[in-house]
Design a protein around this ligand. Structure first.
Ligand code: BGC
Length: 899
């Protein structure tokens, strides 16, 4: 029986505060039988959960589309909850039941609906990093049906209603290019309100808006006053609707959080009265908030909010040579510590956070540069239960001063690490029979969690934590396999578009807070770089392939085009990129001593990325139906590739003999068939000559193993991935790393550290090898032309080169895609899962194999080509067994059978 197991709007089935353009519905179809496809669908929307009041009915639509279905004829009202459901007719004309329902609730959809005034609690002499409080009392005198707050801030805010902190979402309204757009949130207050007097309290900190950002120690980058904007919408049972909004009737006060900054940490004084717990008369009569006249483009929250997603207990207490106690969380994490203990009146507790210990066993903080990462708590003689609200730290170790009376065990029991990041849904997992590679994969996941904190950041600990565009595109495919990052990147890409200059340049960081300072030194034209600005093309393209969201691709298309046009006209030769500042293969090991710039010529890198971006642009144009653009940019891609070969190759060989110089043309398809193998062979030789060690940096590393595996050198790729001596991925794992390091030698073989100047132990870029683990070891991949996993490729690594078992799964918008294989003695066993409304191909080694078809179904076709056997599969679960002496046994006949 075919059925719909799940239907979602914008990837979730309960969404409070959606914008009109994000009303896109997707559903998962499931069936016992194989080869299921959708032929027709019918969607309904209702304003009651029991669908007694249908407000939209699509009727039966003949379409196979089950992903991101827009409803062009549906005009939503503001602040209205809608329930939705779907049913389909499948390829055997079988009609399903209605799906389970989901709901979304629209936000305020037009600027006219905002009645509130911006208010600031700030006085003229407000100290830096201070936290302010605002509140408003309001009465409820009759039965209430629902209550919502629509709110945003210049700064970051936390709401408390009647002592109930709405703290699950952190750092609202999030970081966007505020001058272009500012997110607002919708909060459901209904369960927290009562008859009589109610109070809404806002705590407001500087956040990204006003607080310190970057190593340049810049403050007030968007403005010099924190402010809040909010509307409480009350709907009463008698039909009355009442709005209470921010104005000068709101009162200001102080509270127990004295100071807070992302880099510096937080100061909390429990002796100070907390308005969120009790509004004393002095507070009730506090100074009125000042109204401000300001205009911001307000958009409902796009991504999932930042939340606490896990708690970790310290694993041990260490004692440094000076007797300072250091807690070890056992994991380099990003978040905060919760402290639950009794502190004497005035007793002060200081927590300093760091990622590693130095060789003497002391907390190492030099690599944090100006970020203090220090939390200070003062007691009031009572129990406290406190964790920083407006700051986060990157740490594994924490020195604790001020709790001397507690034993080590007591210390552990009163402190908990709370892990925070954007609360994306987990979508993929990888596992294999090599525990070190499994640890590497865990490190990749932790690197992602620590750096997907509202924007994709480079690092979470030092005075940086910025949205470096290069890092984001390097990691996006791995990141999108681990977690559902569609909303996260959609939000960030809106800022990328906003911060793109009229001439098409894309900044190095987004939200762009560096241009003003860096372009003064380098010039505005060069405030970009290949491999960084290309994020404007690579990220939307990757999201298109992963999620098939046409609207997102269409939104990004003008910016993708403008970026390519910029490259095209910069410099004298339209088919080469050989001017301006370039990061090149950043941090590659073939760099000159003490340099961050790798040895691969930067203009080779730039031209390779130019060609790649143009060819992706052409594919995006094709996907959107822009035939002329597709042809135009397709032609450009060929011209750039040709110039690349003319300028950077001689007689079919790369002129630069670095690993990255060989990787990029292979990865980006810049070589004609007849040159590919020799370039790949030379790469293989370079790796071998270096005793199976890499020398690559940010831009070569993500593709290194992939191009080796794809060009007949899979064993070499496996050797690199499993290499344990420096430099390698597993070198850091052997050193005890629990996240991915910025430098291959963040901790050197002799135990000393890379320069404190730039040495993060939580940088996700080199974690981009995750993509290869999925695609070439577990063998879970999609084809070049696949959209939203409609054309899956299974490529289990049955080579025996390093692995005897691996599995991976990915929860696609269509449903679960999975593979699980193992080599037994003399046989290989492979299980795969293909969701309905998708097709797949499984690639197996060629042999004199015999295929047994069970149940006389027609779900696969066997194609033999060049020592490889391709089997086409429709949806369903499959279980193959291949017998071959290759897999370790003696003399059995080659055989593929399916169970
Ligand atoms: C960041 C990077 C970034 C790089 C660009 C660093 O400070 O941490 O990851 O891409 O600068 O140069």
């Amino acid at each position: 029986m075919t059925e719909i197991t799940r239907i979602t709007c914008f990837d979730t089935n309960a969404l409070l505060g959606v914008a009109r353009e994000n009303i896109l519905l997707s559903w998962e179809i499931s069936a016992q039988r194989r080869d299921v496809t959708q032929h027709q669908y019918q969607l309904q929307l209702a304003i009651r959960a029991d669908f007694s009041s249908i407000c939209y009915d699509s009727g039966w639509i003949g379409s196979a589309q089950s992903v991101n279905v827009a409803l062009p004829a549906f005009i939503p009202s503001s602040c209205q909850r809608y329930w939705y459901r779907v049913r389909i007719i499948d390829d055997r004309q079988e009609q399903t039941d209605w799906s389970p329902s989901g709901w979304f609730e629209t936000a305020l959809l037009t600027s006219r609906e905002w009645k509130a005034n911006w208010v600031t609690p700030e006085s003229e002499d407000e100290p830096a990093e201070s936290v302010s409080y605002l509140h408003r009392m309001f009465d409820i005198e009759k039965p209430l049906v629902s209550a919502r707050v629509y709110a945003t801030a210049l700064g970051i805010y936390q709401l408390t209603v009647n002592k109930h902190a709405l703290e699950t979402d952190l750092f609202s309204p999030g970081w966007t290019s505020y001058d272009d757009h500012l997110q607002f949130q919708v909060w459901d207050l209904t369960p927290h309100l009562k008859q009589g007097e109610n109070a809404l309290i806002v705590a407001l900190a500087e956040g990204w808006f006003k607080g310190e950002l970057s190593w340049l120690k810049k403050r007030e980058l968007y403005g010099n006053k924190k402010a809040f904007l909010g509307q409480i919408h009350l709907r009463f049972a008698d039909g009355e609707e009442r709005v209470v909004f921010t104005d000068s009737q709101w009162r200001c006060s102080t509270g127990p959080v004295v100071k807070s900054g992302f880099y510096s940490g937080e100061v909390f004084d429990a002796r100070r009265p907390d308005p969120a717990q009790h509004l004393c008369d002095e507070m009730k009569n506090g100074p009125p908030a000042k109204e401000l006249k300001m205009q911001y483009r307000l958009v409902p929250q796009i991504s999932e909010p930042v939340r606490i997603t896990e708690s970790l207990k310290p694993v041990s207490v260490l004692h440094d040579p000076d007797g300072v106690r250091i807690l070890d969380l056992g994991q380099n994490m990003v978040g905060r510590l919760r402290v639950q203990t009794c502190l004497d009146d005035g007793q002060m507790l200081t927590l300093r956070h760091g990622e590693v210990l130095d060789q003497a066993g002391k907390l190492y903080t030099d690599n944090l540069r100006n970020a203090l990462q220090t939390v200070q708590i003062t007691g009031n003689g009572q129990n406290i239960d406190y964790a920083p609200v407006f700051s986060f730290q990157g740490f594994r170790y924490v020195s604790v001063e001020g709790l001397d009376a507690l034993t080590d065990e007591q210390l552990i029991s009163c402190i908990t690490g709370e892990v925070l990041h954007t609360d994306m849904m987990r979508s993929g997992d990888f596992n294999c029979d090599n525990p070190l590679i499994n640890q590497l994969y865990q490190n990749i996941l932790w690197g992602q969690r620590g750096n997907f904190v509202d924007v994709p950041t480079d690092c979470p600990q030092r005075d940086e934590r910025l949205g470096w565009t290069g890092d984001a595109h390097i990691f996006i495919r791995t990141g999108a396999t681990n977690y559902n990052v569609r909303r996260f990147f959609r939000k960030w890409l809106m800022s990328v578009s906003a911060d793109q200059k009229a001439n098409g340049t894309i900044p190095m960081v987004v939200p762009d807070i560096l241009r003003e300072y860096i372009s003064k030194i380098w010039g505005d034209e060069t405030y970009t770089s290949s491999g960084w600005g290309d994020a404007a093309v690579i990220c939307p393209w990757t999201l298109w392939q992963m999620y098939g969201d046409r609207q997102l691709l269409a939104e990004q298309y003008p910016g993708m085009k403008a970026w390519v046009q910029y490259i095209h006209q910069t410099g004298a030769d339209p088919w080469l990129w050989n001017s301006g500042f370039q990061f090149g293969d950043w941090l590659a090991l073939d760099a000159e001593p003490d340099s961050y710039f790798g040895a691969t010529p930067v203009f080779l890198v730039a031209t390779a990325f130019y060609a790649w971006s143009v060819s992706l642009l052409s594919r995006a144009a094709e996907a959107l139906g822009f035939a002329e653009d597709a042809a135009l940019y397709g032609g450009w891609a060929e011209k750039v590739s040709e110039r690349f070969r003319q300028v950077f190759m001689l007689n079919g060989d790369m002129m630069a003999d670095t690993q990255t110089a060989h990787i990029l043309p292979l990865a980006f398809g810049l070589l004609p068939e007849e040159q590919r193998q020799s370039v790949a062979d030379r790469l293989h030789q370079l790796v071998r000559e270096n005793d199976y060690h890499l020398t690559t940096g940010f831009l070569g590393t993500p593709w290194l193993c992939t191009v080796l595996s794809a060009h007949g050198h899979h064993e070499t790729a496996v050797k690199l991935a499993c290499q344990r001596t420096f430099p390698s991925w597993l070198f850091s794992v052997d050193q005890g790393a629990t996240t991915i390091w910025e430098h291959w030698d963040g901790i050197k073989p002799d135990g000393s550290f890379w320069s404190a100047n730039m040495n993060s132990y939580n940088h996700y870029a080199y974690g981009a090898i995750g993509e290869w683990l999925f695609r070439y070891i577990a063998g879970l991949d999609y084809s070049e032309t696949s959209v939203a996993w409609d054309d899956i490729v299974f490529r289990p690594d049955l080579s025996g080169a390093g692995f005897r078992q691996a599995s991976a799964h990915y929860n696609s918008v269509r449903g679960r895609v999975a593979i699980d294989w193992r080599l037994n003695n003399g046989s290989a066993e492979i299980k795969v899962q293909v969701p309905a409304n998708a097709k797949a191909i499984i690639i197996l080694p060629e042999g004199e194999n015999v295929i047994f078809e069970k149940n006389n179904h027609n779900s696969w076709k066997d194609i033999h080509d060049n020592h490889v056997r391709y089997i086409r599969l429709g949806s369903g679960n499959y279980h193959f067994m291949i017998e071959d002496e290759l897999f370790g046994s003696n003399n059995s006949a080659d055989l593929i059978s399916e169970f």
